[in-house]
Design a protein around this ligand. Sequence first.
Ligand SMILES: CCCCCCCCCCCCC/C=C/C(=O)SCCNC(=O)CCNC(=O)[C@H](O)C(C)(C)COP(=O)(O)OP(=O)(O)OC[C@H]1O[C@@H](n2cnc3c(N)ncnc32)[C@H](O)[C@@H]1OP(=O)(O)O
Length: 363
Amino acid sequence: MRTPFTSEVISDVHESSICIRLYLDECTQISFSGNFNVCSLSCFPAQGHGAKGDNEYEFSLEFLESVEPQVTHRSTQRQVNITVRKQEHSWWDRLTLQERKPVFLAPDFDRWMEESDAEMELRAKEEKISKISVESRSPKDPYLGLKRGYLFMYNLVQFLGFSWIFVNMTVRLFILGQDSLYDTFHTIADMMYFCQILAVVEVVNPALGIVRTGLMPPLIQLVGRNVILFVIFGSLEDMQNKAVVFFVFYLWSIIEIFRYPYYMLACISTEWTMLTWLRYSLWIPLYPMGVLAEAVAVIQSLPIFDETRLFSIPLPESLGSSLSFSYSLQIYLVLMFLGLFINFRHLFRQRKRRLRPKRRKLH
Ligand SMILES: CCCCCCCCCCCCC/C=C/C(=O)SCCNC(=O)CCNC(=O)[C@H](O)C(C)(C)COP(=O)(O)OP(=O)(O)OC[C@H]1O[C@@H](n2cnc3c(N)ncnc32)[C@H](O)[C@@H]1OP(=O)(O)O
């Protein structure tokens, strides 16, 4: 008697069954004959026909617990798959009675299942079924192609805009060194104005149901950035040649050169794992750094607003001449950290949802 396999038998274990795969050596055809034993000791006798003629083959395994006598098997030219049903549906600590597994036996970890995997698998199946039933109940959107085309173009334009900003700032930093920090505004502001005005679309999109996300996080981001860009930098010439402009613009642009391509791929139902990871991870250091840089800009602008009285609110003479805009900005400083907290929590949830490990595919 010989074993029908070359070097190893691969097996995988599920709650209710075991699948054993034999990789055939000289056999081109193999058929199992006779009955397989009940209880835990199973003999697998077979007749094979191959290059070396007809041969009898056999191997045996003593399973940890009892198995059903009926065994199903399917043969191809390269391998035989034997499925053995467990008598009781339960999770086994190991496959064989003997603690050391036979040398010819190797687990197939791609298909191996443990109790926790099975639960995950069940949950994934339930989620899939409920998704399919929701999809089948909701009518197909006739404007889907149009919406996707519009979003793709929007994201492309933003990606090009922010890439231009990022590349321009990086090149200038390399060529001019520290000097480049002080005239960022004059070289970059027009493009940043364009991108940030266009970003109004990001609040309009969820409001019109074009993208399925909350209104608040993009609104906080839009208002937050535009206050800094238009009110702090745009209206105060004294702020425009400060180094903080460089840090604010650079931090904004780094996140966007990953976020917009991610959205572009989403529009064509494509996903690159690395890009998804970057989109949902880079914000962890960048968002607090960005808000910190913005807070520095606000703090630096306070004495300038006090001095210039720009945007100050006129008061009745009895209360003094006017209320400096710097008071509003001090309240805004508190709101900024509240906004950071709301968006950080939102992005953290999004990250958990998007980077959830994908379930292993079985069979
Ligand atoms: C009432 C107003 C109060 C104002 C108070 C003011 C206080 C302000 C203080 C805050 C200051 C913040 C200023 C900002 C600073 C910085 O930017 S610092 C630099 C670093 N910044 C970041 O890291 C933030 C980057 N921004 C974002 O991540 C987002 O813009 C977001 C608004 C924070 C979250 O976006 P959201 O769209 O909700 O999440 P996503 O996971 O990205 O998308 C959800 C789904 O929607 C789809 N989608 C969204 N947009 C698009 C699009 N343009 N095109 C295509 N698809 C889009 C996306 O694919 C997701 O779909 P699913 O995957 O199917 O869920």
